[in-house]
Design a protein around this ligand. Sequence first.
Ligand code: FAD
Length: 410
Amino acid sequence: MDSQIKTETEAEVIVIGGGAAGCSTAIYLARRGRRVILLEGREDRPPQLSDLHSGEVLSPGSQLELDRLGLDLNQAQSGDYLVRWKLQEWASLRLHWPGGRETFDRLPPGVAFWQINRGNFYRALRQLARAEGVQVCEGVRVINLLRDSAGRCLGVSARAAGEAPYELKAPVTVDASGRNSVVLARLGLRQPEPHFRRAAYLLFFSELAGAPEPGVWQQYWLRNTTTLRGSYLAPRLYRFSFETSLAERNRWLAKFGRLTAHELFLAALAEQLPQEARRFREATRLPHLLAFAPVGFRVAQITHDGLLMVGDASGYLDPSTGQGIEFALRLGRLAARSIEEAFAVNRFERPAFDRYLRERQDEVLPIMRRLRLFLMGSQSNRLLDVVGGVALARRAAMRQIIKTSPAIID
Ligand SMILES: Cc1cc2nc3c(=O)[nH]c(=O)nc-3n(C[C@H](O)[C@H](O)[C@H](O)COP(=O)(O)OP(=O)(O)OC[C@H]3O[C@@H](n4cnc5c(N)ncnc54)[C@H](O)[C@@H]3O)c2cc1C
């Protein structure tokens, strides 16, 4: 923990989670003069390979949000991949369509996706939060919400490693603790997302025959909505994500039996893309592999008396489009604005946060709807092949993905 927790009366807002959503909310609130305490469950520790998480892609919209937030983007570039957060940019796509066609397209001039080391990215965001006056406590895990008999949120109970739990109270609590939010679990708010019951595997390699070139995103569409996506992140660092539906994953498990995630990846690839399977079998894999299932979910209610849900904790679609971080940053900005208004009238019941719901609807939901349509369309290999065969259609699809709706506030 990098700072002592002050007494409960000093915090006006408690933010659970020091990721994209939590830091964005906390920074915007601190800039407006609010006393914010941010609790991040992970301890800070020396950089290591697992900090890569899934080596996320930052959409052009995320880059705009970071600029708006005031993160120094120049600092991101220097040093080894274990110490910097921005790893590479890509602005070209090499796509392998289901029917066997291969295409190569460039994004419009000036547009690029970035790939990051997420651990370092979050360190940089927390550093900015501290500089803006947020009290950032690392290594402090929230274990429950404090609620009164009417269900109103009063704060949290939290615990630092090896210490006794304690209570922390504030008029507003923001849950930005991500997909595995303790609040979602405690309040039973998580609901299935029927169209995106997906599983994802992330693998990193240091040596791979035919590895992706710098600046190029490589993607294969396989059978039954499975995709294989690869990119170069840094010298001797290649990232591949293998995503599929839960139904297809269950079929693999039934067919191949109980295998490790890596063995399952190799077996499924050998079945679906035999011409590529060999190079992955012979590749040198780094000892960092992530497996997620299921990925998509909805949240029944995202504002409550004294409590808002932000980022993944307010629902999550699909990792395929690389916009989860963009949504998290945007929602943090919108939540901060709504919380500030609640303080202005000193009312913290659920209706005080209606503005957050309205602006979320106006600013974020249209992009989510577009992505939902895009993702549903991409579940038909026939449709994919039609799009893949027409350069204009490919460009139109890409424009939909990179389009960022304008921000409501600056
Ligand atoms: C396989 C996969 C690949 C993805 N790829 C991309 C991509 O390429 N691009 C993209 O934009 N998005 C991607 N996403 C989505 C993206 O990771 C999320 O949308 C984004 O991280 C959401 O940010 P967040 O701040 O809401 O949550 P998180 O990033 O999950 O941050 C939550 C924070 O809260 C902390 N925390 C959790 N529980 C507690 C607790 N009880 N107490 C205190 N702290 C706690 C965590 O340690 C963490 O720091 C991917 C997701 C998956 C699953």
